[in-house]
Design a protein around this ligand. Structure first.
Ligand code: CP
Ligand code: NVA
Length: 313
């Protein structure tokens, strides 16, 4: 069975640690391993806009000795013109892996079912697991171990970032708190899956509506845009509903004095976060953005190793 990375709990706690350990090694010397030498090609497909994901996958694939093939859905046959499954069967004859940023998680599942090469979720409406690897590499760099830390995500609890924090944080043995308006709570099934993971790792998951309660004593404060891609038509209503969830100095003051601030970017200063916080001393957003490169390279190397072992078995 081909290993894919469609959501944060597709990897076990030990596998998450192994990928992050590898990312640390690859960050020390970017050009030390060339599993894509040949060179082999990796398809990186975008149904939605991107700066960080596009650049970090392109650079990372090149670092690994391969060629990134960046495909915009609008100029391809995907997206209503051809199914994900048929696209997968075409691509697997020519590329080493498929990385896809899309809307529905079910599209990624269809792509993965249709192909022998690994499929990586580069953001869907439900999850952003590559971002979480980068976030956790960043937190490890600044705080050491992840297990036992308390992380509070404030804002859109039904978003890809909040839901990935629940799954990835529980996998890492963290105490994950999500604070969002009740109508933007994370999906019950995601909370249940995260709680099951947390029971294995000693972590915990808590979903609340009060941002101050979520932030109290936290080691890490995280937020994200209130208007995720695909929700632009709801902007006015969302800005009104999320108004009380802005990460400002008062909110940061409720967390530990040395709490880190993370944001996957792009950010709307003055909305989900005050400029003085995101541009202040507790913010580690530039390390976080750089770490997309190192974390995703580790993920790709790990996936190629897993799938080579699977093929040999
Ligand atoms: N954080 C992130 O995924 O950024 P991009 O949308 O620029 O890829
Ligand atoms: N939640 C955001 C993340 C962007 C990287 C979105 O989906 O637009």
């Amino acid at each position: 069975m081909t290993r894919h990375f469609l959501r944060d709990d597709d990897i076990s706690p030990a596998e998450q640690t192994a990928i992050l350990d590898l990312a640390v090694e690859l960050k020390k010397d970017r050009f030390q391993t060339k599993p894509l030498a040949g060179p082999q090609t990796v398809a990186v497909i975008f149904d939605k806009s991107s700066t960080r994901t596009r650049v970090s996958f392109a650079v990372g694939i090149a670092d690994l000795g391969g060629i990134p093939l960046i495909i915009s859905t609008a100029s391809s046959q995907l997206g209503g013109k051809e199914t994900a499954s048929d696209t997968a069967r075409v691509l697997e004859r020519q590329v080493a892996a498929i990385v896809w940023r899309t809307y529905a998680q079910s599209g990624l599942e269809e792509m993965a079912e249709g192909t022998r090469v690994p499929v990586v979720n580069a953001l869907s409406d439900d999850f952003h697991p590559c971002q979480l690897l980068a976030d956790f590499l960043t937190i490890r760099e600044h705080r050491g171990a992840l297990a036992g830390l308390t992380v509070a995500f404030l804002g859109d609890g039904a978003s890809n970032m909040a839901q990935s924090y629940l799954l990835a944080g529980a996998t890492a043995g963290m105490n994950v708190r999500v604070a969002s308006p009740a109508e933007y709570s994370p999906a019950a099934s995601v909370v249940a899956d995260a709680a099951a993971r947390a029971a294995e790792t000693g972590g915990s998951v808590t979903v609340v509506t009060d941002p101050a309660a979520a932030a109290a004593g936290a080691d890490v404060i995280v937020t994200d845009t209130w208007v995720s891609m695909g929700k632009e038509d709801e902007k006015a209503e969302r800005v009104k509903t999320f108004g009380g969830y802005q990460v400002d100095q008062a909110l940061m003051a409720r967390a530990k004095p040395d709490a880190l601030f993370l944001h996957c970017l792009p950010a709307d200063r003055g909305y989900e976060v005050e400029a003085s916080v995101i541009d202040g001393p507790q913010s580690v957003i530039w390390d976080e953005a750089e770490n997309r490169l190192h974390a995703q390279k580790a993920l790709l190397v790990w996936l190629f190793e897993q799938n080579a072992e699977g093929a040999a078995a």
